[in-house]
Design a protein around this ligand. Structure first.
Ligand SMILES: [Zn+2]
Length: 270
């Protein structure tokens, strides 16, 4: 059967067919699929949905990517550090402060460092950068080693759009025959893509879906499912005669959600 782009419904040909990463190449997906979306809509989805999603989750993904990565992390006090990390473990390499100098007056400033090595490295850099200035420093206070965490600030609209996109694309790729709400929203927004925000009519609905469908879905992880750090996947699972979807984003953000169709929503809101 001829395949059509799930967004603009144009026939997919050798000219316009594109390789789509259902889970985003920059977040670890190395198996793109064809026959889902045309080149133009693929680029458009990248701009309007994926771009912001990647920005939010790149740091978190880096902690499980399996490679040595430097991740910007904050402490509870809000200080930022460059933390070398591999497989969710902090590596035995220097952790560097990223916080800017706070000037006390014209000739004095204060700064937080991770430890005395970080302080000395940074001060040496300052001295080399300003050879004509006489820079002195002393450590006035040592505090305990901070604990780092990455807590992405989730934009509910963007996150829900990405999940609806994954759901639509994954189900298409498995020939699961259902029109999801995602397909409807992307088709509508694509027709209106010249508007400043083509998703505006759906924003309330997307936030509602996040709160009432996605957020509760974070709590349920099906048995017999492997969650692998760094690996993203989706699968349809049958629970109590209903099909659900399990989605794992790089093994770090996991959820079980219904297959969101128009009739599902009618049920939910009735
Ligand atoms: Zn298209």
């Amino acid at each position: 059967m001829d395949k059509k782009c799930f967004v603009c419904h144009s026939l997919l040909t050798s000219e316009n067919n594109s390789s789509e990463h259902i889970f985003l190449f920059s977040l670890g997906d190395t198996h793109p699929v064809k026959g889902i979306v045309c080149k133009y809509c693929n680029n458009w989805l990248g701009e309007v949905v994926d771009f912001d999603f990647v920005k939010t989750f790149k740091g978190l993904y880096k902690t499980v990517s399996g490679k040595s990565e430097v991740v910007s992390m904050t402490t509870e006090q809000g200080e930022r550090f460059s933390v070398p990390i591999k497989n969710e473990q902090i590596e035995n390499k220097p952790i560097l402060s990223q916080s800017p100098f706070k000037f006390i007056d014209e000739s004095n400033f204060s700064e937080h460092f991770y430890d005395s090595t970080d302080a000395e490295t940074s001060m040496k850099k300052q001295t080399n950068r300003n050879p004509d200035k006489n820079i002195n420093y002393n450590i006035t206070k040592e505090t305990s080693i901070p604990t780092f965490y990455i807590k992405p600030k989730i934009d509910k609209v963007n996150f829900t759009l990405e999940i609806l996109k994954i759901q639509a694309e994954y189900l298409r790729s498995t020939d699961y025959n259902v029109n999801t709400l995602g397909e409807f929203i992307f088709k509508y927004a694509n027709v209106n893509k010249n508007l400043p925000n083509p998703f505006e009519p759906f924003e309330k609905l997307l936030i509602y879906i996040f709160n009432s469908v996605i957020q509760p879905g974070f709590k349920y992880i099906p048995k017999n499912t492997d969650i692998i750090p760094g690996v993203s996947k989706a699968e349809v699972i049958r629970l109590k005669e209903i099909d659900w979807m399990f989605i794992s984003l790089f093994g770090k953000v996991n959820m079980t959600i219904p297959i969101i169709t128009q009739s599902f929503l009618n049920l939910l809101t009735s």
